[in-house]
Design a protein around this ligand. Structure first.
Ligand SMILES: [Zn+2]
Length: 375
């Protein structure tokens, strides 16, 4: 089968010049003004590429959500594309440890791989598919911190779509993602009773001692064979050396491969109880992203994309990722979802983040053809 758009139709130098403008606007999630400056640029650019763009405020801490529509703006789109404009890198990263630079086939810069290149790719794919595709791109401002302010808006758009394509980066030699672990975040505040450790130790109930036992209980829930991960990442407690500590706080990150594991581990965490009656646990938190497991619809979407990728000159290989994305939300709604459709690269979330520019044109052409085929 021949496909209307070929990799050689993509103007790579122009793409990289525009990507440089995107990366020059640093946009850490927590910096609302910075993320909105990024949204300003993307809004103007997407409009210049023929898309109908609307902008939606979220909350006082979070940047705006952009909705870019190809097709009738008064109707819901058949295909939803998810991208995010925030990065994990604080402002100053570009002028410090991660300057924009090309070294061989590696292009470096904050957010160059996760995921400004994928977000730009989505706009270019729609521009190429103009008149032949019916799609909406959501540019999310808060993906890197869990998409708290925009999850409901993503779900509203997804419910009307027949497919969701997530242009998060490809990985490990260009693999795309058909499953991601879910995640849960917990904080447990262990409370005991303070006392002078020299004069009245018998009156005290050490929250740190109780927390130490609790850390071991939590870490015992790890099960690498089942891909269950429980990490006590932060611990804070006590006031002075000679006070029996009254309080100790644990921050816990939980990774879950499927809904059965989610139910099992969450029940265990929420049911943890201290053995000392004078100690209490105050447990807050819960599921942040549900597990994304490929269902029949997502596998059918993969089967539709694979021959297109083959024709563009690369094999489509699926993998399951340990991390989460906004694809977790849409897959959990039962909407066929393919993730990791952005360009390949490596070392996301580090100051060695880089992109392989040679992977842009074939993957962009694949995305454009897939959009056409889904319309
Ligand atoms: Zn990302």
């Amino acid at each position: 089968m021949t496909h209307p758009i070929q990799p050689q139709d993509i103007d790579l130098p122009a793409f990289l010049a525009e990507l440089h403008r995107w990366v020059a606007i640093e946009s850490p999630t927590a910096d609302r003004d910075a993320v909105n400056a990024m949204a300003d640029h993307v809004q103007t650019y997407a409009h210049s590429r023929g898309l109908h763009v609307t902008r939606h405020p979220t909350d006082a801490q979070t940047g705006d959500l952009l909705v870019a529509r190809l097709g009738d703006p008064d109707r819901a789109a058949r295909v939803l594309i998810l991208a995010h404009l925030d990065t994990v890198h604080p402002r100053g990263t570009l002028g410090g440890p991660l300057p924009w630079r090309m070294e061989g086939d590696r292009l470096f810069g904050p957010g160059v791989y996760d995921m400004k290149s994928g977000a730009l790719m989505a706009i270019e794919a729609l521009a190429l598919a103009q008149g032949r595709a019916d799609a909406t791109i959501l540019f999310v401002p808060d993906e890197e911190t869990g998409t708290r302010a925009t999850r409901a808006m993503i779900e509203d758009h997804a419910r009307h779509a027949r497919a969701v394509l997530v242009v998060e980066p490809a990985r490990e030699g260009g693999k795309i993602v058909t499953g991601r672990r879910g995640s849960a975040l917990y904080r447990i505040c262990v409370k005991g009773r303070a006392a002078h450790s020299g004069t009245r130790p018998q009156d005290g109930r050490s929250a740190i001692r109780a927390a130490a036992r609790l850390v071991l209980e939590l870490e015992a829930l790890n099960d690498p064979d089942r891909r269950i991960g429980v990490n006590v990442g932060v611990i804070r407690g006590g006031t002075t050396r000679n006070t029996v500590p009254a309080e100790c706080v644990l921050d816990i990150d939980v990774r879950l491969p499927d809904l059965a594991a989610q139910h099992e581990i969450i029940t265990k965490i929420e049911g943890l109880t201290p053995i000392d009656p004078d100690i209490t646990y105050d447990i807050t938190g819960g599921v942040s992203r549900p597990a994304f497991t490929a269902d029949a619809g997502s596998l059918a979407l993969f089967d539709r994309a694979a021959p297109i990728a083959e024709a563009m000159g690369y094999p489509l290989v699926a993998m399951t990722s340990g991390g989460g994305s906004d694809g977790n939300f849409t897959a959990a709604l039962g909407i066929p979802t393919l993730d990791g459709l952005g360009p390949d690269g490596a070392d996301a979330h580090t100051t060695n983040e880089h992109l392989f520019p040679s992977t842009i044109a074939p993957r962009l052409a694949m995305l454009a053809n897939l959009l056409i085929s889904l319309t």
